[in-house]
Design a protein around this ligand. Structure first.
Ligand SMILES: [Zn+2]
Ligand SMILES: [Zn+2]
Length: 352
């Protein structure tokens, strides 16, 4: 089969490798659609070369790192201990597959599994393997399209998770810093959750335009205006109840700490990549009596089923996130386009 493989720093190639075999608790899925994610770029551009084939077991092929963790497809083969899936089922899997047995999983938090849970790798291929399938995959209802369903595997779960973890309530004012795919899902999620004044911040006009479409009342282009001053003015100097950091930079994190009101919450879901330290001002009026929470993608079968239910019956319309569609053969140039944020790119769908 053909698979997108990281063979060097900043370089992916389409290679012929064997179709994966399922372990006892695994399923192997024939990919219908996969997506390129900001996290893929961190792995491609920043993850040290000496770790190309690991440390994650699903990625261990000698040629390099199997790319891709967001996909939907049809079950091709099932391991002997799998009980919930059969060949032919249309499924998604959360981008993190948890063990189900460690203390964190038993507490109901599969996203922070400390057992042999692992990130999913290798979805940008004709076939991919999903570990611990009974705990991480979910059947997709007919009413949800491939492009929409695949968002649940990572970015929708992450963006919505930012809103949920902040405990945003009906009528709360919310500011979302960065309107990439995760930030846009946070914006749409805050709107779906019944928040009040919703402010979106970015520097790319196309992304801000999309923020409005996804429910933002006010958009601020941080390349033209001081976003912190604007948000404080919009909230009569009090700040917002929830400030969401959705890209992973010092600047956006710090801005979040400066616009959140007393008793409010900074909810950070950006991946900070090579940024090894974050700082924030500790002088009043920021810092004191603020909460800071950080989350990666909430994961697991129940989470996938809940999000699919929301996509099937709720009011979220996220189809516009896919701005580009390519075939698997064109995946390498698609990575370059995604890295350079060209052509208003948000999400790229990759099909076999
Ligand atoms: Zn992702
Ligand atoms: Zn676990």
């Amino acid at each position: 089969m053909r698979a997108c493989v990281k063979t060097d720093m900043k370089k992916v190639e389409l290679l012929d490798i064997p179709i994966p075999e399922p372990g006892p608790r695994d399923i192997v899925v024939k990919m219908s659609l996969s997506a390129i994610c900001g996290t893929d770029m961190h792995f491609l551009d920043e993850f040290p070369s000496e770790l190309l084939a690991g440390p994650y077991p699903n990625s261990a092929i000698p040629q390099g790192m199997l790319m891709g963790h967001e996909a939907i497809g049809i079950v091709h083969a099932v391991g002997e201990d799998v009980t919930r899936f059969q060949p032919g089922d249309r499924v998604i899997a959360s981008c993190f597959t948890a063990c189900g047995r460690c203390p964190e999983c038993l507490r109901g938090e599969p996203a922070i599994c400390t057992g042999d849970g692992t990130l999913l790798f290798g979805c940008q291929a004709e076939y991919y393997r999903v570990g611990h399938a009974d705990l991480s995959a979910a059947k997709v209802p007919e009413g949800v399209t491939d492009e929409v369903a695949v968002l649940a595997t990572d970015i929708l779960s992450t963006g919505l998770g930012a809103v949920e973890r902040a405990g945003a309530s009906i009528g709360d004012s919310v500011a979302v810093f960065a309107q990439g795919p995760v930030g846009l899902c946070a914006t749409a999620g805050a709107r779906a959750r019944g928040c009040g004044l919703l402010i979106a911040v970015d520097t790319i006009p196309e992304r801000l335009e999309m923020s409005r479409r996804f429910g933002a009342n006010v958009v601020i282009n941080a390349a033209e205006k001081d976003a912190v001053a604007e948000i404080m003015a919009l909230t009569e100097g009090r700040g917002v109840a929830v400030a969401i950091e959705a890209v992973g930079t010092q600047k956006t994190f710090e801005s979040c700490t400066q616009v959140v009101r007393r008793g409010g919450t900074v909810s950070s879901v950006g991946l900070y990549g090579l940024t090894t330290e974050l700082s924030m001002a500790t002088l009043s009026p920021t810092f004191l009596h603020r909460n800071i929470v950080t989350t990666l993608a909430p994961s697991g079968t129940l989470r996938m089923e809940a999000l699919l239910n929301l996509l099937n019956h709720g009011s979220l319309d996220l189809g516009a996130l896919f701005t580009h569609r390519v075939r698997l053969e064109e995946v390498a140039p698609a990575y370059d386009l995604f890295r350079n944020r060209e052509g208003g790119v948000l999400k790229i769908a990759v099909t076999p």
